[in-house]
Design a protein around this ligand. Structure first.
Ligand code: CTP
Ligand SMILES: C[C@](O)(CO)[C@H](O)COP(=O)(O)O
Length: 247
């Protein structure tokens, strides 16, 4: 029955203040090649298979109305943390979506995502019971730092008292979680509600699903799907957009 075929929806958390960017405007409205980051992101998500898009914006957002949108999208007010914004977006979808529909949650701050990778995520997980996310394997040696208690160190070569001690973390099987992260509407809604009801937060949707005992699937994407976070990310994102448009 055609009405049993799950639809695909997108939620774009865009209600952050971009504090790490250190700019007066929220980073999602800063220009890349003269176009706001959020507009680039919405253009990447404007795929035929995505039935509708919900954008979560800050209550005091004065830039949203200035965007030229590639299609009609819904907007809802976000929350204190990203996970609160995403839950508001999920609740806005409830009236028009089915519980088993897929929801792709994609950061407004990731304008370089490749439409081909979004399609890959939707296609490869279309029949999966849980869902998953775009990710890329860690390529660098990883270090964990921890502050030493102010006491003599067991060995003089381990640095001065009170400095951070690093230890190498096994990078095998370590991946960078990206977005979109794609899960079923009802399952993701319940998972996030459970986390928030515990007065806790999560930094991505997969973590909420993991806490419910689900095992999300990683689908390899591309490292140029960066989250624009710090000032130096702006030039890098412009370079990636330029490379993609000409590749
Ligand atoms: N309460 C929040 C916080 C973040 N986001 C969105 O979640 C995405 C990823 O979050 P992040 O990169 O941390 O954005 P900010 O929170 O704006 O950045 P910062 O932590 O530097 O303030 C961004 O598109 C951001 O707009 C959101 O919708 N609601
Ligand atoms: C969702 C995310 O982009 C996956 O890497 C990341 O967790 C967002 O973290 P932030 O602290 O909200 O930027």
């Amino acid at each position: 029955m055609s009405n049993n075929i799950p639809h695909y929806w997108a939620i774009v958390p865009a209600a952050g203040q971009g504090s790490r960017m250190g700019h007066t405007r929220p980073k999602q409205y800063l220009p890349l090649h003269g176009k706001p980051i959020l507009q680039h992101t919405l253009e990447r998500l404007n795929l035929p298979r995505i039935k509708g898009i919900v954008v979560c914006i800050a209550a005091n957002d004065s830039d949203w109305q200035t965007l030229t949108l590639p299609r009609t999208v819904m907007s809802v007010v976000g929350g204190v943390e990203r996970c609160h914004s995403v839950l508001n977006g999920l609740q806005a979808l409830q009236p028009q979506a089915q519980p088993n529909d897929w929801v792709l949650v994609h950061d407004a701050a990731r304008p370089c995502v490749r439409p081909a990778d979004i399609d890959k995520l939707m296609t490869q997980l279309a029949d999966h019971p849980v869902g998953g996310l775009l990710a890329v394997p860690v390529r660098d040696t990883m270090k964990r730092v921890s502050a030493l208690p102010p006491q003599p160190l067991p060995h003089p070569f381990w640095g001065e008292r009170g400095v951070e001690v690093i230890e190498t973390v096994n990078r095998e099987n370590l991946w960078h979680a990206l977005t979109p992260q794609m899960f079923r509407l009802e399952a993701l809604t319940l998972a996030l509600q459970h986390v928030l009801n515990q007065q806790e937060t999560v930094t991505d949707e997969a973590q909420a699903m993991e806490r419910q005992g689900y095992r999300p699937v990683l689908i390899e994407g591309h490292a140029d799907n960066i989250k624009v976070t710090l000032p130096q990310d702006l030039n890098l994102a412009e370079l990636y957009l330029q490379q993609q448009d000409f590749s």
